[in-house]
Design a protein around this ligand. Structure first.
Ligand SMILES: [Zn+2]
Length: 197
């Protein structure tokens, strides 16, 4: 939605690694086991992925989805941004209850080609699981189950939660109630991006 509205490219280390896994590359296969169990891929690998991506796409603004996820990643990102002479405009913190997270993940359908995400509770996609943007197949992710979710939440609480303080101190953090529907959440995000521009 951000890319369509603002023309800003969005990337996510998770999406890059899932594509590498589907292509059967060494990196993809190495990291698949970790993510399959809800664990976090080592910081060094994630930071290298982001640096490579920025070299190719980072010219005129960018959004990272699911990065950084740890304090060392956030510190590396600060150095990377400095070397690109690009200040960080915003850190968007989507607050959702564990109940919401669970409900969404267990009904999540994702396009295998472009990463578009929707829910199997949406009748349109439940009966015809085809991506509206690229005609790719909408599938369930094989790491979306209850046990994996519990481990992901533990990782989040231990390693990602501290980033709220990190970005609060930098004055970049904006908290958004993510329990609402996607239009309401996106309206808030749009306003923040426009204000930062
Ligand atoms: Zn698609």
């Amino acid at each position: 939605m951000i890319t369509r509205q603002f023309g800003i490219p969005v990337t996510s280390p998770g999406a890059i690694l899932r594509r590498e896994r589907d292509l059967g590359t060494a990196l993809g296969l190495e990291t698949a086991e970790t993510t399959q169990l809800g664990g976090l891929v080592p910081d060094k690998i994630i930071v290298e992925l982001i640096e490579d991506w920025l070299r190719l796409h980072g010219g005129h603004g960018f959004v990272f989805d699911g990065f950084p996820r740890t304090t060392p990643q956030a510190e590396s990102l600060q150095q990377i941004l400095q070397s690109h002479r690009t200040p960080l405009d915003l850190a968007l913190w989507l607050e959702v209850s564990e109940q919401t997270v669970g409900d969404r993940i267990l009904s999540r359908l994702q396009c295998q080609s472009c990463g578009f995400t929707t829910s199997s509770t949406s009748a349109v996609f439940a009966s015809r699981p085809v991506c509206p943007y690229c005609d790719g197949p909408l599938v369930r992710r094989n790491d979306d189950d209850v046990t994996v979710l519990r481990h992901r939440l533990e990782e989040f609480n231990a390693k990602t939660q501290p980033l709220a303080d990190f970005y609060e101190k930098l004055g970049a953090l904006r908290r958004i109630d993510g329990n609402r529907d996607r239009e309401a959440v996106f309206a808030d995000i749009s306003r923040l991006i426009e204000q930062a521009a």
